[in-house]
Structure formats: structure tokens, C-alpha cells
Design a protein around this ligand. Structure first.
Ligand SMILES: NC(=O)c1ccc[n+]([C@@H]2O[C@H](COP(=O)([O-])OP(=O)(O)OC[C@H]3O[C@@H](n4cnc5c(N)ncnc54)[C@H](OP(=O)(O)O)[C@@H]3O)[C@@H](O)[C@H]2O)c1
Length: 267
């Protein structure tokens, strides 16, 4: 364990569950000041209690709905009044999909984009002026292997994660002359509630733990790898199981990859 994160002010979205919750505990163990956000305040309070027990320097619970974009600037002002500045923003909140494109309503497409893409962009844009004023900050976004290639049953999800890559690659280039860093983290399957919470074509949560998700990496390991990427100032990292091979295949042998991905049984 290093002390890289000690006393850093770290704002984590998606902090109530899964990878975000594991990130909270990993940062708490290094003595960070934490801001925890997601929609479910009671869950955030549960995580905050454990984070304090694990050694967090301080914990603020700040409920936030990534789909409610107009509320975000006010929430950022509230947080900055309490913390003064944010050293690291970890955009982890998000929602997935389990349905064919033709059976997914446009409302569901929009909902997933609104949470995963526009919500993340809104929060980042609201925090950026403060980071520029202080000439300090690290913006970390959990995208997905699905942000690097599309798979069946994930059209809206893949679109939202690809969009994040476009946005943050551009932002990184724009911030190249500043000390502010931008990191994209692309996990493969991680054993969380993501598939249970994933939206079916009609917008209802599918309510099922997928086999691939259940066999995935632990959220603790995903958090460990994310913090290592932040420490090392990486621009982009990928981790997971066999699904990571697809990133190389798509880049090196796109025609072959296209034939493989249509045969893959993706739940
Ligand atoms: N697990 C995987 O296999 C995997 C792989 C690649 C990438 N990811 C990404 O990792 C991130 C975390 O997912 P997870 O696997 O930890 O799944 P999870 O356990 O379902 O956690 C999702 C988190 O996002 C929050 N969230 C959902 N909708 C929100 C909204 N409208 N506003 C604010 N927060 C919202 C949830 O909190 P509330 O319900 O309290 O709002 C929860 O904290 C997501 O961006 C996901 O796409 C996951």
C-alpha cells in the first residue's frame, strides 16, 4: 500500500455499489478524503460508515442523479464549498443494457446515454473550472471493454461508452498544456450487480446475474487496477479476462474480429 491517495480529495460516483464501492474502500484504506455520490442515499451512508472504519480521512455523502443534468452544477458548488477543491474525480456511475438494438426502445437508448454519457460529461464540465483555477486535478472515467468494441445486446451501452472515449480523448488533448490528467479505465467482466441492474428493451432492470459477470474479476481487483492506473498517470488501461483480447483483435484484424464477434454468445 502506498500513500499516494493520502489526504487527496476524491469524488467517486457510483459509490453505492460494485466497482465504485470497492474504489471507495481502497481509497479509504490510503487515508483519502472522500465524496460519495449516486442516487441511493441509504446505500451511500452504509458505504460511508465502512469507509470511515477503513481509515478515510473524511467522508461526505452527496446524493446525485446523473440523469438530472440541471442539478449537477449546484451539487458541484455544494461539494466545493465543503472540500475547497477536488483532486481526483472518478466517474464510475453507470448503467448497462441487455437487449437487441431492434428490441430496445429509443427511450432506453436515451436513458442510457443520459446517465452514462451526458451525466458524466455534465459533472466533469462543472468541476473543470475549479481544476483549471487550481491547476490541479485528475479526471478518471470507468468506461468498459465495450467502449472499445461493440457486442450484441449492448448497442446503447456500447454507444455511451464509445462516446465517453471520444469526449475524454478530446478533453485530454485540450488539457495537454495543463497539469490536469485524464484516464480512461476499460474493465471487462467484473462481478457486480451491473447485469442485474441492466435495462431490458422496455426499460425495466433485467434482474438477472449473467454467467459471464458472475465469473468476472472481483470489484476489489478492478479497484486495485484502477488506482494503479491513476498512480501511474496512465491515459487508458484495459483489464479483464478473454474479452480484453477482442480489443487487440479489432485493432489488428478488424475483418476477422467482425466475424468472431457475431458468433460470440453474449447474454
Ligand atoms: N461490472 C462490469 O462487468 C463492468 C464492466 C465494465 C464497466 N463497468 C462500469 O463500471 C461502472 C460501475 O458499475 P458496476 O459494475 O459497479 O455496477 P453496479 O453495481 O450496478 O453499480 C452502478 C453504480 O452506478 C450508480 N448509478 C446508476 N444509475 C445512476 C444514476 N442515474 N445517477 C447516479 N448514479 C447512478 C449506482 O448507484 P445508485 O443505484 O445508488 O444510483 C451504482 O452505484 C459502470 O459505469 C459500468 O458501466 C462495469
Amino acid at each position: 500500500m502506498s500513500d499516494f491517495f493520502q489526504n487527496k480529495r476524491i469524488w467517486i460516483t457510483g459509490a453505492s455499489s460494485g466497482i465504485g464501492e470497492a474504489l471507495v474502500y481502497a481509497c479509504a484504506e490510503e487515508g483519502a478524503h472522500l465524496v460519495l455520490s449516486s442516487r441511493k442515499e441509504p446505500e451511500l451512508r452504509r458505504v460511508a460508515t465502512t469507509a470511515t472504519e477503513k481509515g478515510a480521512a473524511s467522508v461526505i455523502v452527496q446524493p446525485l442523479d446523473l440523469a438530472d443534468h440541471t442539478s449537477i452544477p449546484g451539487i458541484v458548488s455544494l461539494v466545493l464549498q465543503k472540500t475547497g477543491k477536488v483532486d481526483i474525480l472518478i466517474n464510475c456511475g453507470g448503467i448497462s443494457q441487455r437487449e437487441l438494438a431492434m428490441d430496445t426502445t429509443l427511450e432506453v437508448d436515451k436513458k442510457i446515454m443520459n446517465i452514462n454519457y451526458f451525466g458524466t460529461v455534465a459533472l466533469t464540465k462543472a468541476l473543470l473550472p475549479g481544476m483549471l483555477t487550481h491547476q490541479l486535478g485528475h479526471i478518471v472515467t470507468i468506461t468498459s471493454v465495450t467502449g472499445k468494441y461493440g457486442t450484441p445486446m449492448r448497442s446503447a451501452y456500447a454507444a455511451s461508452k464509445h462516446a465517453l472515449h471520444g469526449f475524454f480523448d478530446s478533453l485530454r488533448a485540450e488539457l495537454g498544456h495543463t497539469p490536469i490528467r485524464v484516464t480512461l479505465v476499460c474493465p471487462g467482466f467484473v462481478r457486480t450487480n451491473v447485469s442485474i441492474n441492466a435495462l431490458a428493451g422496455d426499460g425495466r432492470p433485467q434482474g438477472i446475474m449473467d454467467e459471464a459477470t458472475n465469473k468476472g474479476m472481483t470489484p476489489e481487483e478492478a479497484a486495485r487496477r484502477t488506482l494503479r492506473a491513476i498512480r501511474q498517470g496512465k491515459e487508458e488501461v484495459w483489464f479483464g479476462g478473454r474479452e480484453v483480447v477482442g480489443i487487440y483483435l479489432k485493432r489488428l484484424f478488424p475483418a476477422y474480429f467482425s466475424k468472431v464477434i457475431r458468433r460470440v454468445k453474449v447474454t
